[in-house]
Design a protein around this ligand. Structure first.
Ligand code: HPA
Length: 279
């Protein structure tokens, strides 16, 4: 059996186990909640929670403050499945392992992926506490979840990453933000492995490449989602200026502090966007 054939069999096992816990719930929207942003899961009604570790073939989350569970129920009048916490490369997960829950959500019937994270701002015009809608990304992780002998078993090996971040979804979240008077930026996200923060020289180089924000997640999730044709919306919360920008020297403490302060606006942005999504 080829590697992607094995993957397909594993996904089917996982889906069976997860569906047994979800009962009648049939989510069409998947939400990945990044560092400090897991609070949104508390707004999900009629919720059922399933720890990653209780699902066959899923890796557990080891990142601090990432609960590491799926929470499925109603948000904004729709059935959603949220990941309260995610899998990162810096925890020792392969790109394929990071992509796995995205493919699993797709197997469940999820068509739209909203992925969120805390990020450092490379663009000096951005401010801590801003939300940034991802317009595009630069994969600086060194990996790709589609690498393997027979990815065609799941979907085409070669596929376009043009407009990977769905223009209609971007327009929708911007409209929600405008009406609620929540200022949002748009920009190119650069994702890397971590866990060390970047050097000032790296940040200068990334800025020259056109990156506006930087963090240690999202990339493999988005590649996996596009591989199987899911529509993607990416939202970063600027938790800090990137290393060297305005003499910043980031620490993970400020990431959580800022997320806490901005959680009301974050929950509004995502919930209202879900409510208005035509699905
Ligand atoms: N760099 C990398 N990852 C991050 C940052 C950063 O500045 N802030 C939040 N996640």
């Amino acid at each position: 059996m080829s590697d992607f054939n094995v993957l397909k069999a594993q996904l089917s096992d996982s889906r069976y186990a997860l569906q047994a816990r979800l009962g009648e719930r049939q989510p069409k929207i998947g939400i990945i909640l990044g560092s400090g942003l897991g609070v949104l899961a508390e707004d999900i009604e009629n919720a059922v929670s399933v720890h990653f570790g209780d699902i066959p073939h899923m890796k557990r989350s080891t990142a601090m403050t990432h609960v590491g569970q799926f929470v499925c129920g109603n948000l904004g009048g729709k059935c959603v499945i949220a990941m309260q916490g995610r899998l990162h490369g810096y925890e020792g997960n392969t790109p394929r392992e990071i992509a796995y829950p995205v493919w699993l959500m797709h197997e469940l019937g999820v068509e739209v992926l909203i992925t969120t994270n805390a990020a450092g701002a490379i663009n000096p015009a951005f401010e801590v506490g801003d939300f940034c809608i991802m317009t595009d990304h630069i994969n600086f992780t060194g990996g790709n979840p589609i690498v393997g002998t027979e990815p065609n078993e799941l979907a085409m090996r070669f596929f376009s990453m043009y407009e990977a971040y769905d223009p209609a979804l971007r327009a929708l979240v911007k409209e929600v933000a405008r009406e609620a008077e929540i200022p949002v930026r748009e920009g190119v996200y650069l994702g890397l492995l971590g866990p060390s923060f970047e050097t000032p020289a790296e940040i200068r180089a990334f800025r020259a490449w056109g990156a506006d924000t930087v963090a240690m997640s999202v990339i493999h999730e988005v590649i996996a989602a596009r591989h199987v044709g899911m529509r993607v919306l990416g939202i970063s919360l600027v938790s800090n200026m990137a290393c060297g920008v305005q003499a910043s020297n980031p620490s993970d403490f400020e990431v959580f502090q800022v997320a806490l302060e901005r959680s009301d606006d974050f929950c509004h942005l995502v919930t209202e966007t879900v409510e208005r999504l035509a699905l």
